[in-house]
Design a protein around this ligand. Structure first.
Ligand SMILES: C[S@@+](CC[C@H](N)C(=O)[O-])C[C@H]1O[C@@H](n2cnc3c(N)ncnc32)[C@H](O)[C@@H]1O
Length: 280
């Protein structure tokens, strides 16, 4: 068999990135904020909700607890399995997780959902214009899309982790569009406009997630190093370049500086993101 320029890459780098680690270990530090965000979404019994890039259900679980009929879709098989295990252990029969790619939701029907939620999820998918087109397609007219996107250049935790990590990682392949571009209002408006949603139906406002962890910030950093795909890749590249101590020192400083717990024995770190609401 020969390969051509049209053949898809043998390895899906986007899927491999998130299956490399175990995001459940980071997600455990985000549960309170996930629940608080979902409480603002007006979820009522039977509302059809899609949580895209759902991980193990930080927002999907509270959405189902509030009575939504929730489907979680994620590219990472390990996170889909973890989500289904959580749904089962919580007895949430109105919550299912399945594998899928936010850039191509071919298994989902047009107009199938009242609400599509994607908190730091779809922003990581390739082909952002396809993502906007797909989320609009599966949302019913009159429905809503709510995205949470990290903001480039933002001084708070996650934008800084991603900035530092990318400085130690190899350059991305040609044509790669940074996920952080989803944190720029003009890009968001342009992508939804191309999917047929006028600018006046798109609103962007700052919001905050708090990472809480019952150990010092250095241990939260250790969890990112061991389990968070983008940070794992940065450590791999820095190790190969002989710069791993430099990366470690830079991230230790960041986590210490951002921790708001005065004695540093536990961790509470706020991180700003852009909350995007789209009326379809
Ligand atoms: C930072 S995690 C956030 C997970 C979850 N939304 C949460 O708040 O805990 C990013 C998630 O997006 C998923 N993801 C990345 N690319 C994706 C894609 N193309 N389609 C669907 N999910 C994707 C990852 O597997 C991962 O679960």
């Amino acid at each position: 068999m020969t390969t051509t320029d049209q053949d898809p890459p043998a390895v899906n780098a986007n899927k491999a990135l998130w299956e490399k680690g175990d995001f459940t270990r980071i997600a455990e530090t985000m549960r309170d904020s996930g629940e608080a965000l979902v409480a603002t979404l007006g979820i009522t019994d039977g509302l059809k909700v899609l949580d895209l890039g759902c991980g193990d259900g930080t927002t999907a679980v509270p959405a189902a607890t509030l009575g939504g009929d929730v489907l979680g879709v994620d590219i990472a098989a390990n996170l889909v399995a973890a989500g289904n295990a959580r749904a089962q252990s919580l007895g949430l029969t109105n919550l299912t997780f399945q594998e899928g790619d936010a850039s191509d939701l071919r298994d989902l029907d047009d107009d199938a959902f009242d609400l599509v939620v994607s908190i730091f999820g779809a922003m990581f998918a390739p082909r952002p214009f396809d993502v906007a087109k797909e989320v609009v397609r599966v949302t019913r007219p009159g429905g809503r899309i709510v995205m949470g996107n990290w903001i480039p250049g933002d001084p708070t935790l996650v934008a800084q982790i991603l900035k530092i990590s990318s400085a130690y990682s190899p350059p991305p392949p040609e044509g790669f569009v940074s996920p952080m571009t989803w944190g720029v209002e003009e890009n968001v408006v342009e992508r939804f406009a191309a999917a047929g949603v006028p600018a006046e139906n798109v609103s962007c406002e700052p919001d905050t997630y708090v990472f809480t962890f019952p150990h010092p910030p250095s241990e939260l950093l250790a969890a990112f190093r061991a389990y968070y795909g983008p940070t794992m890749n940065a450590y791999d590249a820095a190790t190969a370049d002989g710069r791993v101590d430099e990366l470690q020192a830079e991230l230790e400083d960041l986590f210490d500086q951002k921790n708001t717990v005065p004695d540093g024995q536990t961790t509470s770190i706020p991180a700003t993101f852009m909350r995007v609401t789209v009326a379809v």
